[in-house]
Design a protein around this ligand. Structure first.
Ligand code: TNX
Length: 517
C-alpha cells in the first residue's frame, strides 16, 4: 500500500477526472487498434499492481519493473500483489489470457475502464510490451526518477496490438569506440520503451576486440587496449557480457553477438601472429579505413581460433543467432572468402546457433535458417533468398544511425546518404527491392557504427529521434504509417526524451514539445 506522503501528494494533485480521449494518444510505435470509450482511469494513492495468482514468476518480475517505473515519479508506492487478492478501483492487473493466436508472442491487449487497467497477453513478453504502452499513455513526467506533481490519468478504452516483424533491433558498434556495460544497459532501457527486441553487438573490428576469450587471452589484453583516435578502448569480461545478456532478457531483448570475419580483424591479427598470412602481427590500428585486414583462411590455426571464440561466446548467449560479419573482406581472395564462410558456418552450427551475416555472405553456400543482413547490395540479398535464406533489412541509405542528418551534423558519416528524421521514417522494408517481400523479411535493424562518436551522449544524438521511427517501421502495419501524423506523436516524445535525459537531435522538421517547468 501507498505511503502517507503519497496519499497527501495525491490529495494535493486532486482527483477530479475529466473525460479523456484514448484516440489522442502519442504512442510510438503506433498500435494496431485503439478503441476509445471516453472516460478516465486515475492512478491514486490506493493503486497497486496485481499479478494473476499462480502465474509464472516472470509476471511478478514484470510487475516489479512497472512499479519501478511508476513509483519514483508518482510517489504512489504501488506494490506488486500476487497472492490472489482481488484488484479494486485504480489498480492495474497483469494477466495471461487464453490462447489468442493473433497476438502472437509479443502482442497484448489493454482494457482500460474507469475502475481497472488490465494488460493481458498470451506470453509474458506481450505483457512486457503492453506495459510500455501504459508508460506512454501517462504524462511524460512519469519517466522522471524523482517525484513530480501530476494527475496520473489515462483515457479509457481498448488497445489491441502486435508487431509486424519479429526482429526489431539495433546494432551497436563497441569496437570502433568502446561503450561500457552501463552505457549498454542505458541503451537497453531506452530500447524497451520502444518495444525493440534485439540488440546486435558488434564486438570486434580492426580497431578493437571487446569480449574476453579465455582460451585466447591476448585478444583483449592487447587487442582491446585502444580504439579509433587512440583512446584507451576496453572490453567486457565474460561476467560483464553475461550481465548484459541478463539485463536484456529482463526486457525481452535478445543479444546477438557479432565477431566480424575474415576481414575487419586487425585487432585479432595484431594479438596473435599465427592468424596472419605470413605469420607476422601488424600494429594496432586507430584510424577509420576499412577492408585492409584478413584472417589466413587456409590455415587450420584460424579454424581452431574461430571454433574457440564461437564456442565461448555461444555458451554465454541464450539467443538463437551468432553473427559472423563477413562484410568488406576486400583483401580476401573470392575463393578463400567462400571457403572461409562455408567452414565458419559449420563451426557456428556445431555450437548450436544459426548464422547471420552481412549480405556478402550470400556468395557462400548458405545453410538453412541463415539470415542475410542487407546493408549494401540488393543482389547479394536476393542471392541469399534464392538459397532459402531470410533477409534482415538494414539498408544503409535508410537505416544507418551513423549517417549524418544533413550537412550541418557534427557527428556521423555521409557515404550512404544524409538521413533526416523524415527519410528515416518514410520507407517500407517490403517495398525497396521487388524480390524482397514481407514474407521473407525477418525484420529491421538500425546499425550505429561508432567511428565518429566516443561517448554514449554523442551516440544518443545520432540514435534519437530516428530510433523511434525504426521501431514503428518494425511494429506498425505499413498502411497505418504516415509522416504527417507521425511527426505530431514524435513531437510529444520530445518531452519524454527530455525527462529521460536523452540527448536527441532537435530536427527542424518536428515542432518539439518541451517540458515547461
Ligand atoms: C561500412 S556497414 C561498414 C562498417 C563501417 C560503416 C560506416 C558494414 C557492414 N560495414 O565497417 O563502420 O560502413 O558507416
Amino acid at each position: 500500500m501507498a505511503t502517507v506522503a503519497a496519499v497527501l501528494l495525491a490529495g494535493l494533485t486532486g482527483c477530479a477526472t475529466e473525460p479523456t480521449d484514448l484516440s489522442k494518444n502519442s504512442i510510438i510505435p503506433r498500435p494496431v487498434s485503439v478503441t476509445p470509450s471516453g472516460e478516465s482511469f486515475l492512478l491514486t494513492a490506493r493503486s497497486d499492481i496485481f499479478v494473476m495468482p499462480g502465474g509464472p514468476e516472470e509476471l511478478v518480475n514484470i510487475g516489479n519493473f512497472l512499479a519501478g517505473k511508476l513509483n519514483p515519479s508518482t510517489g504512489l508506492g504501488m506494490e506488486v500483489i500476487s497472492d490472489g487478492r482481488k484488484p479494486g478501483k485504480g489498480d492495474i492487473l497483469l494477466t495471461l489470457a487464453q490462447d489468442d493466436p493473433e497476438l502472437g508472442d509479443e502482442g497484448y491487449e489493454l482494457t482500460i475502464t474507469g475502475k481497472l487497467l488490465t494488460v493481458s497477453a498470451s506470453q509474458p513478453a506481450g505483457i512486457f510490451r503492453g506495459i510500455q504502452t501504459v508508460r506512454q499513455l501517462l504524462p511524460a513526467e512519469i519517466e522522471a526518477d524523482t517525484i513530480r506533481e501530476g494527475t496520473w490519468v489515462i483515457p479509457t478504452g481498448t488497445i489491441r496490438d502486435y508487431p509486424l516483424y519479429g526482429h526489431r533491433g539495433v546494432m551497436l558498434d563497441v569496437a570502433r569506440h568502446f561503450f561500457g556495460p552501463e552505457d549498454v544497459m542505458r541503451y537497453l532501457d531506452q530500447l524497451a520503451l520502444y518495444k525493440m527486441n534485439v540488440l546486435h553487438m558488434h564486438l570486434s573490428d580492426d580497431q578493437g576486440w571487446r569480449i574476453e576469450i579465455k582460451s585466447w587471452p591476448n585478444l583483449t589484453v592487447h587487442g582491446g587496449k585502444t580504439e579509433v583516435g587512440g583512446g584507451e578502448g576496453g572490453f567486457y569480461t565474460q561476467e560483464e557480457y553475461s550481465e548484459i545478456v541478463k539485463y536484456a532478457a529482463e526486457r525481452y531483448i535478445t543479444i546477438i553477438p557479432e565477431i566480424d570475419m575474415p576481414g575487419h580483424t586487425n585487432a585479432a591479427l595484431s594479438s596473435y601472429p599465427e592468424l596472419n598470412i605470413g605469420g607476422k602481427a601488424p600494429e594496432l590500428y586507430t584510424g577509420i579505413k576499412v577492408g585492409f585486414s584478413t584472417l589466413d583462411t587456409r590455415s587450420e590455426t584460424t579454424y581452431r581460433f574461430v571454433d574457440d571464440v564461437v564456442r565461448e561466446i555461444a555458451a554465454l548467449t541464450p539467443g538463437k543467432y551468432f553473427h559472423i560479419g563477413g562484410d568488406e573482406s576486400h583483401v580476401t581472395k573470392p575463393d578463400d572468402y567462400v571457403y572461409f564462410i562455408n567452414r565458419v558456418q559449420d563451426i557456428v552450427e556445431s555450437h548450436g546457433k544459426s548464422i547471420i551475416g552481412w549480405d556478402e555472405i550470400a556468395h557462400a553456400t548458405l545453410k538453412p535458417n541463415t539470415v542475410v543482413q542487407y546493408w549494401a547490395r540488393a543482389e547479394n540479398a536476393v542471392m541469399g533468398l534464392n538459397q532459402g535464406a531470410k533477409v534482415l533489412m538494414s539498408p544503409a541509405k535508410y537505416a544507418y544511425l551513423d549517417m549524418k542528418y544533413d550537412t550541418a551534423s557534427v557527428f556521423g558519416l555521409n557515404w550512404a546518404a544524409y538521413i533526416e528524421v523524415d527519410d528515416a521514417y518514410n520507407w517500407d522494408p517490403a517495398m525497396l527491392v521487388p524480390e524482397i517481400t514481407r514474407e521473407n523479411i525477418t525484420g529491421i535493424e538500425a546499425p550505429l557504427w561508432t567511428e565518429t562518436v566516443s561517448t554514449f551522449r554523442e551516440a544518443e544524438w545520432l540514435i534519437y529521434p530516428r530510433l523511434a521511427g525504426y521501431a514503428e517501421i518494425g511494429w506498425t502495419p505499413a498502411e497505418m504509417r504516415s509522416w504527417d501524423e507521425y511527426r505530431l506523436r514524435l513531437a510529444e516524445h520530445g518531452k519524454r526524451m527530455e525527462v529521460m535525459d536523452i540527448g536527441f537531435y532537435r530536427s527542424p522538421l518536428v515542432d518539439w514539445e518541451e517540458v515547461t517547468e
